[in-house]
Ligand binder design. Structure first.
Ligand code: 3NM
Length: 214
């Protein structure tokens, strides 16, 4: 496990397809204004040069707001822009290799879709895990939803931070929080919103309400 300290409750991930005609910088700045407290650059289909430019821009922006920036998949880009870490899927570079390259101080997050993967990532020194997709989502089509049952299981058995992800909206977030999530992550419900700042404020409000109850 790394020695860094970081914490977050609302994790905003980029998704450019969701805001045609609106600049990535503008949309993510709104999310940060609304209270997103960690940002991930996720640009699965973009050419690498473009991802690098976006990463540079988001590095500057997230530094202004003093929140961590995580890069999906591209370790080289994370290093090139001095991002705080990377997020890796089950098919990406394995955690041990990523840790060997990045060292102890970078954040490494791992997507998990069942408790066995979660326990493996935790034992392997991940800094946080994603738990999802909780609900079916057009952002990752064709993937079986794990439902809030997996969120509940993670809440009982996982000791590192975990973030619930996948199809989470303001209409269903209460069920996710009730299942024990203390951190939530969204693409479409934030960047696809006509008012990302307001969407983030509303998510943060729900997160705080549940935190106060627990
Ligand atoms: N990872 P939205 S679900 C990027 O389960 C991603 O690991 C998932 O987008 C996982 O908030 C997902 O629009 C999509 O559903 C999240």
């Amino acid at each position: 496990m790394g020695s860094k300290t970081f914490d977050f409750s609302l994790y905003a991930i980029t998704g450019e397809n969701y805001h045609p005609g609106r600049e990535l910088k503008h949309v993510m700045e709104q999310a940060l204004r609304g209270g997103a407290d960690i940002v991930q650059l996720r640009a699965k289909d973009a050419p690498k040069r473009e991802v690098l430019e976006q990463a540079r821009m988001l590095r500057e922006l997230t530094a202004q707001y003093q929140v961590p920036l995580v890069i999906n998949d591209h370790l080289d880009i994370a290093l090139a822009v001095s991002a705080d870490g990377v997020h890796l899927g089950q098919e990406d570079l394995p955690l041990a290799e990523a840790r060997a390259i990045l060292g102890p101080d970078k954040i490494i997050g791992i997507s998990t879709h069942n408790i066995a993967q979660a326990l493996e990532a935790q034992a392997g020194g991940a800094d946080y895990i994603g738990v999802g997709p909780v609900y079916p989502t057009g952002t990752k089509p064709g993937r079986q939803a794990v439902t809030t049952a997996y969120v509940r299981e993670a809440a009982e058995r996982i000791t590192i931070p975990f973030v619930a992800i996948g199809g989470i909206t303001l209409d269903n977030v209460d069920a996710v929080l009730e299942a024990g999530a203390k951190r939530i992550c969204a693409v479409s419900a934030i960047v696809g919103s006509s008012d990302p700042a307001e969407a983030c404020r509303a998510f943060k409000h729900r997160l705080r309400e549940y935190e106060a109850l627990s």
